[in-house]
Design a protein around this ligand. Structure first.
Ligand SMILES: NC(=O)c1ccc[n+]([C@@H]2O[C@H](COP(=O)([O-])OP(=O)(O)OC[C@H]3O[C@@H](n4cnc5c(N)ncnc54)[C@H](OP(=O)(O)O)[C@@H]3O)[C@@H](O)[C@H]2O)c1
Length: 267
């Protein structure tokens, strides 16, 4: 299979690195196209990739094309791509907020998968949600899933509403976790711990809690009730969060990201 990634930025490169080792590529090297001459020069030295600075040389023969440019670059890109397409090609867009309908209309393509990745893909722990236009076959969808899973795991969703919704949960979600981590780091520093000790305390607390959660069928709420005894220290912290409506505020934040994803799709 001939695979082309358009846009060698954060996401494009992360997926390229993951997918370059996929057996689906057979003897073909993964192709990357970007407009930035510096990136072309650097990536050309990487034996994993064939790197291109013009679409004519790489797009017509590609079977599957991943699109990983910023959404505001998509319209100009689609104009340039249009004359180099064939109607068997399958497109996978990683762009936030750009709908399948828009891609089909502006690119003139039928087979489109829309995917929402997240940042931990960089360390092979990403989670991607994806959905497809009706022209994409079941076999093609399995191929796409295999490729997405090279950066972590994925979930298939039935409509684009869930792509926007997963933007609010997993797409933007790593930032919510970092926000919580930063707040705990700031508290540890205020209490007098060194930078190093604060980091050890906070990162191991997160890692340990996630491990407990993953290794059992117990909900986070149940874990809280196991840790917090009446009148104890943990209960004091949970009461403080409940008094300040923290749970509701986090849900509001996730909905703010969801709403913004929907808005971006309309712009
Ligand atoms: N980063 C995340 O955590 C995240 C999460 C979910 C979804 N996404 C989506 O992933 C997509 C890529 O994001 P990113 O953070 O990887 O962006 P990025 O780092 O800016 O990478 C985009 C790359 O595409 C290049 N480019 C721009 N116009 C191009 C064109 N016409 N043809 C070919 N290449 C072009 C850019 O070059 P220049 O630098 O010269 O412009 C850059 O190298 C976005 O649509 C975003 O919505 C990202």
């Amino acid at each position: 299979m001939k695979l082309l990634v358009i846009g060698a930025g954060n996401m494009g490169l992360t997926y390229s690195e993951g997918m370059s080792k996929s057996p689906l590529l057979g003897k073909h090297k993964l192709k990357i196209y970007d407009t930035d001459p510096k990136k072309i020069t650097t990536l050309s030295k990487d034996p994993l990739f064939d790197v291109y600075d013009n679409l004519e040389a790489c797009l017509p023969k590609a079977d599957l094309v991943f699109i990983a440019v910023k959404p505001y670059h998509s319209e100009a890109l689609f104009k340039n791509m249009k004359t180099h397409l064939n109607n068997q090609q399958l497109f996978v867009s990683l762009m936030a907020g750009v709908t399948i309908g828009t891609i089909q209309e502006q690119l003139g393509a039928k087979k489109v998968v829309r995917a929402m990745p997240n940042l931990p893909a960089k360390v092979g722990k990403g989670v991607t949600s994806y959905t497809e236009s009706e022209e994409v076959s079941k076999v093609e969808l399995i191929i796409v899933r295999n490729l997405l899973d090279t950066t972590g795991t994925s979930i298939h969703v039935t409509t684009e509403k869930f792509i926007d919704a997963s933007t609010g949960i997993s797409g933007s979600g790593p930032a919510y976790v970092f926000y919580f981590m930063q707040s705990m780091l700031d508290a540890a520093l205020k209490m007098g711990f060194s930078d190093y000790d604060s980091k050890v305390l906070v990162s191991n607390t997160f890692e340990g809690a996630i491990e407990l959660f993953n290794q059992s069928d117990i909900s986070p709420e149940m874990w809280i009730s196991r840790v917090a005894s009446k009148g104890g220290t943990t209960q004091a912290a949970i009461d403080s969060m409940d008094d300040n409506n923290v749970k509701q505020l986090i849900q509001d934040a996730a909905y703010a990201a969801f709403d913004r994803a929907v808005e971006l799709g309309k712009e």
